[in-house]
Design a protein around this ligand. Structure first.
Ligand code: ATP
Ligand code: MG
Length: 442
């Protein structure tokens, strides 16, 4: 057949709007499910907005079309028309009584059938994107990234785009991806931070949402090799204020998702009321030292002061909270070179002016941030201690030579946040085509 593109097609969502009942509508999409009897064909149609059950009788469709429509495999693309009926028994509460159905392209038997393993679905991710689950997650993802832009622009921040190829490490050499670069070697970015620190001397307050690469050798359900980080950097700002911005940002994004994606959250069985509950409360800010105290007194878990919190400790700690929690002042020793010492802290050892935000329900760290050291000598010392060549960072040290100011910034893991909002089992489902140590396909 020749495919014509009339203007009058409605989306499935529009077909279900009030006032359409009893009218004839034209729809287009893909066959989501079919079954039939001698006299009737039942077909569920899918488009980007949802699904609707359609029923056609041999009498209404005619012998020939009836026969062909019964033979359509799922995921065939079709156009059809029919009358909208309210029907409590139909999924979504509506049913379309068909008077026409045409295949745009009949599909081959679809490889994804019921009850397949998560690994198989990832192998077929190019097709699995069409599932109701992925459709809902991708819609939430679109709201999340849109809300990040909205949040920062609303506060007068500029969007600033960093390079992706970088000559320096930011988060330590062990997770750097090397790339052949002409006759040389270069790295994929681990964070925009060093470049953001250069840019604040021009723009003062900046943000971005961009791809980030880390060769994570441990296989966890919250690490990807390629992920998206939403970062901000602001001149004249301390780490506590930055932590406050991070809380406001996560709240703002959560509100937007509740406004726009309630149906998606429900489809994902990610009860929206848990997010509403989190929004209705204050989010605690505690120190690392206090966190160790909580772990000891309420969790019976003794952590030696000075050790970074591992996943099990974070999980144990978050059992006491149903909102995100900000933890400030981690031990200076375990922090990246650019985090300065907080002299006004009550702690057994030197701590940094830094913070992490942990999500409840076992989702762990979603934000990491800090003030940035402005003292040349202490940066040099910390770099040397991390085994970096100080001369490679000379351009970065220029930022301390020419009009340095106090400044802070943080990175929000977009997929980590989506995982919490959507209550996902694995971070791999928070991104369309996941990249991990063991997966680069499709
Ligand atoms: P983790 O300890 O969980 O590996 P990190 O301390 O290395 O995190 P940061 O360097 O602070 O993380 O990065 C900022 C944010 O980016 C983190 O809070 C997290 O939300 C996200 N993030 C970091 N690494 C990954 C990763 N491999 N995959 C997905 N998100 C990540
Ligand atoms: Mg990490």
């Amino acid at each position: 057949m020749v495919f014509k593109m009339p203007q009058s097609y409605l989306s499935i969502e529009q077909a279900k709007e009030a006032g359409r009942e009893g009218t004839v509508v034209d729809l287009r999409g893909w066959v989501y499910r079919t079954r039939g009897s001698n006299k009737l064909v039942f077909l569920v149609l899918r488009d980007s907005t949802g699904i609707i059950q359609c029923v056609g009788s041999k009498d209404d469709l005619g012998e020939e079309v009836f026969k062909r429509s019964k033979e359509l495999f799922i995921e065939s693309s079709v156009t059809l028309s029919g009358t909208v009926h309210k029907d409590e028994r139909a999924p979504g509460g509506f049913e379309l009584h068909l008077n026409r159905i045409e295949a745009v392209k009949a599909a081959e038997p679809f490889p994804i059938t019921k009850d397949q393993s998560e690994e198989f679905l990832r192998e077929k991710r190019h097709l699995w994107l069409r599932s109701r689950k992925m459709n809902a997650i991708l819609k939430v993802r679109s709201t999340v990234t849109g809300a990040i832009h909205e949040f920062f622009r609303g506060r007068g921040y500029y969007e600033f785009t960093p390079p992706i190829f970088t000559p320096n490490a930011c988060e330590g050499g062990s997770t750097l991806f090397e790339v052949k670069y002409y006759d040389d070697v270069i790295y994929l970015t681990q964070s925009w931070q060093l470049y953001a620190e250069a840019a604040i001397f021009s723009l003062e307050r900046i943000y971005d949402v961009s791809p980030t690469f880390r060769a994570e050798k441990s296989k966890t359900s919250r690490h990807l090799s390629e992920f998206w980080m939403a970062e901000m950097e602001a001149a004249w700002m301390g780490y506590r204020e930055a932590a406050k911005v991070a809380m406001d940002e996560v709240r703002f994004i959560t509100e937007r998702v509740l406004e726009r994606n309630r149906a998606d959250l429900e489809l994902l069985e990610a009860d929206p009321s848990r997010l509403e509950r989190a929004l209705s409360k204050e989010w605690p800010m505690i120190t690392y030292t206090e966190a160790l105290g909580l772990l000891r007194d309420r969790g019976g878990l003794e952590v030696e002061w000075g050790k970074d919190l591992r996943t099990i400790e974070e999980e144990k700690l978050m059992e006491h909270f149903d909102t995100p929690v900000v933890i400030i002042q981690y031990p200076k020793e375990v922090m990246a070179f650019y985090k300065p010492v907080e002299p006004d802290a009550e702690a057994p050892g030197p701590v940094a002016r830094c913070f992490d935000m942990l999500a409840p329900e076992g989702y762990g760290e979603i934000v990491g941030g800090s003030e940035r050291d402005t003292d040349m000598d202490s940066i040099k010392k910390a770099l040397e201690k991390q085994g970096e060549k100080v001369e490679n960072y000379d351009w970065y040290l220029d930022l301390r030579r020419y009009g340095s100011v106090p400044h802070s910034g943080y990175g929000l893991g977009v997929e980590r946040l989506i995982s919490w909002l959507c209550k996902l089992d694995n971070i791999k489902d928070a991104i369309p085509f996941p990249r991990t140590m063991t997966r680069t396909f499709p």
